[in-house]
Every structure is written in C-alpha cells, then in structure tokens.
Design a protein around this ligand. Structure first.
Ligand code: UGA
Length: 446
C-alpha cells in the first residue's frame, strides 16, 4: 500500500530518498529554497547526480512527487517525515545543528495541527544524543504532543555515496534503525522491506538512536582511516624501488579481515562528508574528555597528502613553477559529481599557487563552473582534456574521471610541451607510462 512521505531538505540525501520512494509512495519534498522547489516541480534535479533527473521526471509524470516550501501542507497527510537538512561543520569542527533544530521545530508546529500518528525519521548526520534530546524535545515542545504516543521518532543514518546515491538507496548494504520505540521499528521495517523486496531482514539492524548516530560517524571515519592509512603506506612505497602500493593493498586485501575496498591511495579524501564527519567526531570526542589520537592523525595525513602531490609536481618541474603550464585534470572531489566541497584539487591548486605557479589550467567534465565560483581567475578552465594538456609541462590526475582513463602516453607526448604526468589517482599503467614518458604516481616506487 502506498504511504505518504514528507522529506524536509532536498540536498542529495533528501532528494535521492524522495525520488526513490516516489517509485512506490506519494512524496512531498519540503525546502525553503524556492528555486529548488520550482525545479523539482518541473521534473528536474537542482544538482547533478546520475539517474536522479530521470527518477524525478518519471515521478512528476506519475504524480507521485511534489515539492513545496509549505511544511504544514506536507505534514498534514503524511505517515512518515524524513529530516534531511544539512549539518555543516562549525568553528573548531563542531557540528552546526541549527538547521536540524529549525526543521524539528517546524515539524513540531505542523504536528500540533494534525490528529493522526506519524513517524519522524532523523536522517541528517548528528552527534550521539541529538535525535533523542534536541529533535525529540523540539518536536514535543512545539507540538504539545508526546513522543512514543502521538508520534514516533528514529534515527536512520544514510550511507549514500554521491555519484552512486540512487543505486545505494535502491540496493543498500544495510539499513540501521535507531529507535527505542517498537511501533516505530515495526513501521520502518515494513516501509523498507515493502519498498525493496530484495532487502533481506538480516541487513536491517535495530539499535538505540545513540548507537545508530555513532555508527554513522564511525563508518565514515573508518573509511577515511583506511584511505589515510593507504596514503601513508604509499609514501613509504614511493621511496622503495620496485614497490607499488596497488600491489601492496591488493595483497593485504586478500585477507578477508582486511578487505581491499576503499583502500585506494591517491590525492586524499574530500567531499561534504568525510572531512566534516571526521572533524565532527574529533570535536565530539574531546567534549567527552577522550583524546582522538587516531582520528586526529587521519585528518593530518589527509591535509599532508595535498601538499605531497604539490611536492611531486614541484620536483617534476625542477622548481620552475612560474614558467610552467600545469594541467590539473579533475577538479570535483570525485568522479560523476560536480561537487567541489573539500575537493583535493582546491588544496593542491592553492599549494601550487603559493609555491609560485602562475599558469594552471583546471579541466573537469562537470565542475568547471562550480570551480570558477571558488577559484575565480586564479586559474584558467577547460572541459576538454586534449585542450587542457596542450603545451603543458606537467599533467596532474587529481580526479579519476572515465574520460581521463582513456588517455595514452602517445596522446600526452604528442600534445604536451614536456610530456610529464603525475598520476595522483593511479588510473594509468605505471610501468607502461614510465617507459614512455616522465611519470610519477602516488605509491609507485622507482
Ligand atoms: C561518503 C560515504 O562513502 C558514504 O557511505 C556516506 O553516506 C557519505 O560519505 C555521507 O556521509 O553522506 P561520498 O562523500 O559521496 O560518500 O564519497 P566517497 O565515495 O566515499 O569518497 C570520499 C572521498 O574519498 C573522495 O574524495 C574519494 O576520492 C576518496 N577515496 C575513496 C579515496 O581517496 N580512496 C578510496 O579508496 C576511496
């Protein structure tokens, strides 16, 4: 049976959930940004995410999705309301909860006017105890109703990756339901298993809201730790002839206790989640009086990785930074997204400019306009890779876009002023490239 679902916040977490749920249910998206509301109602995604436009336009045609800035209208008929607003980093790495507080208060006020039971699902990443205390209290205070009786509350973390968000929503590894309330657990279990018939019940894990909140931070922090660990080993590998970090992590990953996934050395992790969430748990840990030794080091190593890439470039150019044309291939924080938040490219470019680089061309298939907003005319831009490497003295692979993977040594040799490639994402065959041109790669010892 179709349910009525309201989703508050149409960032990539909220909108992906809304568009996917609308395959089966009636979904109302709520956002204070009128531009987003208009775009969604026109069947268009306000941001680039594979498959999302198609899903939204199909849902508009079937009448299953509608966007509004009026939260009362959205809550009036709904069975579930998902809170998917942003939780950005505040000063010192603490988490800015003001949007959560506002959303919970608005939902509370809307709840005061309805006379049926609804389940409120907190999805934004928040420090442990936020759902129970801040969200729960705001809902009760503003509605005059009782949590556990008039409405239910859960924290259900999201594990979507940008660029794969639709796939991750439709085929999740796990659903974590954080609630003490049996009715809420039953209703969410039914919502997810009916929506996704292939989701086996052993992939749904129920725990307390606080454990679920920590699971979210711990998952992102653990993956970030794997990446920083791989990057540290890569630096060691670079100093030893005939060692390749790719072989090292592959060999390690054959042990299924270690697992080869998310173990790729490169330009460092970026995006709207890993840096923010690791900083968030570091800060949260200190509020508890616990010194976060490991997670501090994960951040330190990640910041170092960008300057390490800049070191390699400087070495490759023999220090001739000001006279050289540097092609940065890849600006977004990872492929298949135009998202520039905390992108390693920004740190690498900033570092190169500080070291005297004057002629940098940034090339990206999706994010040149986003990059231009941040970097302005400090660099030039281009979305065609062949033009970007034309007459360059070094080409640096910073994001592993498919378009770049198809480049051959011959293409670089033919077009560049000095054929020299720094592969910071390990997309090329290091042996072949190093035989044919000047080649440096993260974790490739020579
Ligand atoms: C991440 C998590 O993977 C999701 O599970 C989570 O839901 C999401 O954060 C979130 O909290 O919302 P996302 O930020 O979209 O997803 O991107 P990832 O694919 O995880 O990549 C993050 C960064 O790590 C990228 O800069 C990527 O280049 C880097 N990375 C990834 C590596 O350097 N090496 C790897 O082996 C994998």
């Amino acid at each position: 049976m179709s349910k009525n679902i309201a989703v508050v916040g149409t960032g990539y977490v909220g909108l992906v959930a809304a568009a996917c749920f609308a395959k089966r249910h009636n979904v109302t998206c709520v956002d204070i940004d009128e531009r987003k509301v208009e775009l969604i109602n026109a069947g268009v995604s306000p941001f680039f995410e594979p498959q999302l436009d198609e899903l939204i336009s199909a849902a508009r045609e079937s009448g299953r999705i509608f966007a509004t800035s009026n939260i009362n209208a959205a809550i009036e008929k709904c069975d579930f309301v998902f809170i998917c607003v942003g939780t950005p980093s505040a000063v010192g790495g603490s988490v800015d909860l003001r949007y959560i507080e506002q959303a919970a208060a608005d939902i509370g006020k809307a709840l005061a006017n309805i006379d049926h039971y609804i389940v409120v699902v907190q999805r934004s990443t928040v420090p442990p105890q936020t759902t129970r205390h801040l969200v729960g209290h705001a809902l009760e205070k503003n509605s005059g109703k009782e949590n556990g009786k008039d409405f239910g509350l859960a924290f259900v973390p999201e594990f979507l990756r940008e660029g794969n968000a639709v796939y991750d929503f439709l085929f999740p590894d796990r659903i974590v339901i954080g609630t003490d309330d049996d009715r809420v657990a039953r209703e969410l279990f039914a919502l997810y298993t009916q929506f996704n018939a292939e989701l086996s019940s052993d992939r749904i894990f129920r725990t307390t809201p606080e454990s679920a909140e920590l699971i979210k931070y711990a998952s992102n922090s653990f993956l970030a730790t794997k990446i920083s660990f791989a990057n540290e080993l890569a630096s060691i590998a670079e100093c030893i002839p005939c060692v390749d970090i790719r072989d090292v992590v592959f060999g390690m990953g054959l042990d299924n206790r270690i697992n080869p996934k998310f173990f790729g050395a490169g330009a460092g992790f970026g995006g709207s989640c890993f840096p923010k969430d690791v900083k968030g748990i570091v800060h949260f840990s200190r509020t508890l009086g616990i010194e976060p030794f490991i997670l501090d080091a994960v951040l330190k190593r990640n910041a170092f990785q960008a300057s390490h890439v800049a070191d390699i470039v400087e070495r490759a150019l023999d220090g001739r930074m000001a006279q050289s044309r540097i092609a940065i291939l890849g600006l977004s924080f990872k492929p298949d997204t135009s998202d520039m938040r905390e992108a390693p490219s920004l740190h690498i470019i900033g570092d190169l400019i500080e070291r005297g680089a004057k002629n940098i061309i940034g090339c990206d298939p999706q994010s040149t306009s986003e990059a231009r907003e941040i970097l302005g005319d400090r660099i030039s831009y281009c979305d065609n890779v062949l033009q970007a490497i034309e007459s360059a003295h070094v080409a640096v692979i910073v994001t592993e876009w498919r378009e770049f993977c198809a480049l051959t040594p011959e293409i670089f040799i033919e077009r560049m002023a000095k054929p020299c490639v720094v592969d910071a994402r390990r997309i090329f065959d290091a042996h072949e490239f190093s035989k044919k041109l000047e080649f440096y790669a993260i974790g490739f010892g020579k």
